[in-house]
Design a protein around this ligand. Structure first.
Ligand code: FE2
Ligand code: FE2
Ligand code: FE2
Length: 208
């Protein structure tokens, strides 16, 4: 920033975004974008591996802390729960930040919808069936049921993405309610009972 200010002969007043200092900021963000694009294109192997690791680890940390938050709430520690939620959110920030560095992972919204759809189909058709089979073979009945419900829910997610892809240009407003037990998503209203796990209406959460 200092270098740009010097070159352009402008200097922001303390804590204020003056008209003169807007230019360097725009330039800086363009330079950052160019640097990011270059780093993405020239990603060395070790860095790429580390980035993939960091993204997975931060994603897991976010999920783990959100589970800890629910438990703290359940145990009657609302303040501790808030801290777990805050850290969970922060780990998500880290995960998203790293995903941005991985080439080809975030495209246009149209491309992202297609990628998200393909991920759901893969989970529904290839990944979960194998997990269900292994869990069943090893006598893990309740886990097999959880995997099986997730497989069905991934199919539902795929349907919603497909619908969104078809409706992309239509001005359709939907609300989504998520089952807090199995992850099933209901459009516009929560059902009396979840069609996948049977949970009651009160277990659905409106996504805002
Ligand atoms: Fe983190
Ligand atoms: Fe899904
Ligand atoms: Fe459910």
């Amino acid at each position: 920033m200092a270098l740009l200010e010097l070159r352009l002969g402008t200097k922001p007043r303390d804590g204020l975004l003056t008209h003169e200092c807007v230019w360097p900021i725009i330039l800086l963000s363009r330079i950052d974008t160019i640097t990011l694009d270059r780093e993405r294109a020239l990603m060395p192997n070790k860095t790429e591996k580390n980035l993939t690791y960091a993204f997975a680890a931060e994603s897991k940390a976010s999920a783990r802390n959100s589970a800890f938050a629910l438990k703290a709430d359940h145990d009657g520690y609302p303040q501790i729960a808030r801290l777990f939620w805050a850290v969970s959110e922060a780990e998500s920030v880290h995960a998203r930040r790293y995903l941005n560095f991985i080439r080809g992972k975030i495209g246009s919204t149209e491309e992202n919808l297609e990628a998200a759809f393909q991920h759901e189909i893969k989970a529904n058709v290839e990944e979960y069936p194998k997990l269900i089979k292994d869990a069943s073979e090893e006598g893990m009945k309740s886990l097999a049921e959880a995997f099986s419900q997730s497989r069905d829910v991934e199919g539902r997610h795929a349907d919603l993405y497909k619908k969104a892809m078809n409706d992309m240009l239509a001005d359709r407003q939907s609300e989504y309610y998520v089952c807090q037990v199995c992850g099933y998503i209901s459009e516009n209203e929560a059902p009396e009972n979840c069609p996948v796990c049977g949970s009651v209406k009160g277990r659905f959460k409106l996504v805002t």
